[in-house]
Design a binder for this molecule. Sequence first.
Ligand SMILES: Nc1ncnc2c1ncn2[C@@H]1O[C@H](COP(=O)(O)OP(=O)(O)OP(=O)(O)O)[C@@H](O)[C@H]1O
Ligand SMILES: [Mg+2]
Length: 256
Amino acid sequence: MSSQLLRIEGLNKHYGAQHVLKDISCQVNKGEFISILGPSGCGKTTLLRSIIGLEVPDDGRIFHNDVEITHLPPDKRGFTIVFQDYALFPHMTLYDNVAYGLKLKKMPPAEIKERVMSTLGLLKLSKAVKKYPSQLSGGMQQRAAIARSLVLGSDLMLLDEPFSALDAVVKVDLGEELQELRRQFDITMIMVTHDQEEAFSLSDRIILMNRGAIEADATPADLYKMGDNPFIKTFIVDQINKRARYVWALSRGGSA
Ligand SMILES: Nc1ncnc2c1ncn2[C@@H]1O[C@H](COP(=O)(O)OP(=O)(O)OP(=O)(O)O)[C@@H](O)[C@H]1O
Ligand SMILES: [Mg+2]
């Protein structure tokens, strides 16, 4: 069996006269953590929305487990997405938020309860089941959004800037939890981010976008070696070096 989960071939998308996705081709293997990294406005969210089925490309094709899905509606693709702003239903408890998708699927109530409670347990949210989103911290709300996504049992989870609204410590903890969940659930993750550090610390491979096109598709270590490319030098290498100097200075007790 192929280890390839997703394959994208020659995707193009325009908004009016603006060419937002330019001949995008890439693939994602089962179990990988992939980041789609690039500056604001380069087309990351549009690519993610095309994968989930919320955007229809002008041309090009998308395959899931070797079956073409380019024109399937989102509910027939079955991928789940986690957004920056959590997008929980404010009038529902944490339990009902996480159970919502399973109720839609008409799963028997006892099975729903078991799945929801075990997933909430893994995300350390068991004690908060009766709380409403407004009663939860940002980190808890994002874990709830991840639980709501995981519980559906999809083989691909998409995350659009999932850490942007969180503070630095929560961000690091949640990143580690995400990696742990990925292993436990044997799920593939594609995360959109504009943050080099996030992409470098979490990804097996980074798909680097620049103005609608793929500039590079490489492991973090290989990407760091591509400083001959001017875009990679300024957007990646210089940024990583700047942060490394800062951490080094701090570790020596100096100022950065
Ligand atoms: N529905 C839309 N209609 C018209 N233009 C759009 C639409 N959605 C996005 N765009 C434009 O397409 C380009 C790519 O947008 P996209 O949201 O994919 O970028 P991004 O890389 O996710 O940026 P950010 O890091 O700011 O989220 C931008 O110039 C944006 O203004
Ligand atoms: Mg975006």
